[in-house]
Design a protein around this ligand. Structure first.
Ligand SMILES: [Ca+2]
Ligand SMILES: [Ca+2]
Ligand SMILES: [Ca+2]
Ligand SMILES: [Ca+2]
Length: 529
């Protein structure tokens, strides 16, 4: 047993008696009343994601939903603060067909969020024009969007670079009778030398049918590496999970087994990351079919991971309700604190590929609450999110700015669903919360790559700000922390360039904006920030 794990198990046992009783949050499905009407259609067995981000500056996140064979849609968020979820479709410039998913990020660092649309066909970077209007910026930014069936994306700002580095992952060659062994090439887009925009893509090969990618600083070196999760169904035993190292000015390089990387083959579909052990290093949850992994770093010296899904009770390998005994098919995964008790929880969307008999047809989404001893307990059915539709991409995000995280799921060949978090069962209150938005001048305005720390009595919550992962779905905006009983906390930031900010006092149950080298500002949802 690695020492880090032992320490944290002991600490978990020690914290146990002081932890509040676990409150199960209750989610009400508001799909019909919210006005969301989007389906992911076509013969796309994978894909089907969404982006959640505020594009009109009122603090409430809009939604962009992939439609597959139908066009993508943008929904303005018109929910009253703390009230029912309300959305209105608006013409925004995102209405393309063949969209598999979308990630929001401010590519040109002008303060207006942009969007990466991943497609069957040419990927499109949409430049935000303000007030939720977008234009195709591929030509303007020198982005060659390719022609593959794109099913993964991540972005980072390499040290000192004015523009981000993007990675896209491709699936099989479409429209072939036997797609096995036809995984197309992944691509890395680095900034164009000296100017703005992107250089021609660098091939990230070998490529093994990526369904999720994530730039993450796995060893806290200050230099994120690119983790790629691949679908073993199609690489015919010749591939594996991958970790690409990026050094300034050097071509990307795969970590090797000699360096500690362990060969792992799964039906990889989604990546979630969080400092689950409190060690300061992220663990990675990898979704698959009947075989989800929770990968913990053995030592920061080597990119070597052990699976702790079983001991943390997070395998989620078959349905827990509904009576289907076949293995589960897992897609989007996300670590968030849905009951605000200061213990991170894990949401996983589930759904059959299509009509696959060896996998569960009735496959409920998972909502696993984190317990003080570090294990998880399934509450998806009690919480009301155990949908049997074919779940794909998802976001756990506060849609009505009340501090309680809500949930959106895109479903294959069905309507996307949305749930509002109403608080604890039987009127029990959830814990306190804090939502933080980082800003810095110059490139990388939203401080992607920063580490945000919140100090609770006796421990520190840590989040790395990333763009990528999940299943073709992402968010940009306020980062949510559950605080439990704490009413005032301290927070600090390690900025992407490595500068360590000092501790700042913050109130609970507030939205705060932390601009680099400035005082903390509180933000009132519904107003600008
Ligand atoms: Ca908004
Ligand atoms: Ca922008
Ligand atoms: Ca929790
Ligand atoms: Ca909410």
């Amino acid at each position: 047993m690695p020492w880090m794990y032992r320490v944290w198990v002991l600490l978990g046992i020690w914290l146990g008696p002081w932890a509040p009783a676990q409150v199960t949050p209750i989610f009400a499905e508001e799909t019909q009343s919210s006005g969301l009407q989007s389906r992911f259609e076509g013969d796309y067995v994978v894909g089907g994601g969404l982006a959640a981000f505020d594009c009109n500056g009122d603090g409430l996140p809009e939604l962009v939903l992939a439609g597959g064979a139908q066009r993508a849609k943008l929904y303005l968020n018109q929910s009253p603060v703390g009230g029912p979820l309300r959305f209105r479709e608006a013409s925004a410039g995102v209405e393309l067909e063949g969209v598999m998913g979308a990630y929001p990020l401010d590519i040109d660092s002008d303060g207006l969020p942009d969007l990466a649309l991943l497609r069957d066909g040419e990927d499109v970077l949409l430049r935000g024009l303000g007030n939720c209007r977008f234009e195709n910026a591929n030509r303007r930014w020198g982005f060659q969007g390719g022609s593959t069936w794109t099913t993964a994306f991540s972005a980072t700002w390499e040290q000192g670079q004015p523009w981000p580095t993007l990675a896209t992952g491709a699936y099989v060659q479409r429209n072939t009778t036997f797609p096995w062994g036809t995984c197309r090439g992944n691509a890395l887009y680095r900034p164009a030398p000296g100017g703005k925009g992107f250089a021609p893509p660098w091939p990230l090969e070998p490529s093994y049918c990526a369904l999720s990618m994530l730039f993450s600083d796995w060893n806290r070196s200050g230099r994120p590496a690119l983790r790629v999760s691949n679908d073993r169904e199609y690489y015919q035993g010749k591939g594996q999970e991958q970790l690409w190292q990026l050094s300034p000015g050097q071509p990307p390089r795969l970590y090797t087994e000699a360096e500690g990387w362990k060969r792992l083959q799964i039906w990889g579909m989604g990546i979630a990351s969080y400092d689950l052990t409190g060690s300061g290093y992220p663990v990675y949850y990898l979704t698959s079919m009947g075989d989800n992994k929770l990968q913990m770093l053995e030592s920061p010296e080597r990119p070597s991971y052990v699976d702790i899904a079983f001991r943390r009770n997070a395998t989620a390998h078959r349905p827990y309700t509904g009576g289907d005994v076949h293995m589960s098919t897992a897609w989007h995964a996300q670590f968030e604190d849905v009951n605000n008790d200061g213990l991170i929880d894990l949401f996983v969307s589930k759904g059959n590929v299509g009509f696959m008999r060896e996998a569960a047809a009735r496959d409920p989404n998972n909502l696993m609450l984190g317990k003080p001893d570090g294990t998880f307990v399934e509450v998806g059915d009690k919480a009301g999110v155990a949908s049997f539709l074919r779940g794909r991409g998802a976001q756990v995000v506060d849609l009505n700015a009340d501090g309680r995280l809500d949930i959106v799921v895109v479903n294959r060949l069905d309507r996307a669903q949305v749930w509002r978090n109403l608080g604890g069962a039987n009127g029990q209150p959830l814990g306190n919360w804090l939502q933080v938005k980082l800003q810095q001048p110059g490139p990388n305005r939203d401080a992607v790559g920063a580490w945000l720390e919140v100090e609770l009595p006796g421990r520190i919550l840590r989040r790395e700000l990333t763009v990528g992962g999940g299943h073709l779905s992402g968010s940009l905006g306020f980062v949510h922390f559950g605080l439990g009983q704490a009413e005032r906390v301290r927070l600090r930031v390690r900025w992407p360039d490595g500068e360590q900010g000092g501790w700042l006092e913050a109130p609970s149950n507030r939205f705060v904006v932390l601009s680099r080298s400035q005082e903390l500002r509180t933000h009132t949802p519904g107003s600008g920030y």
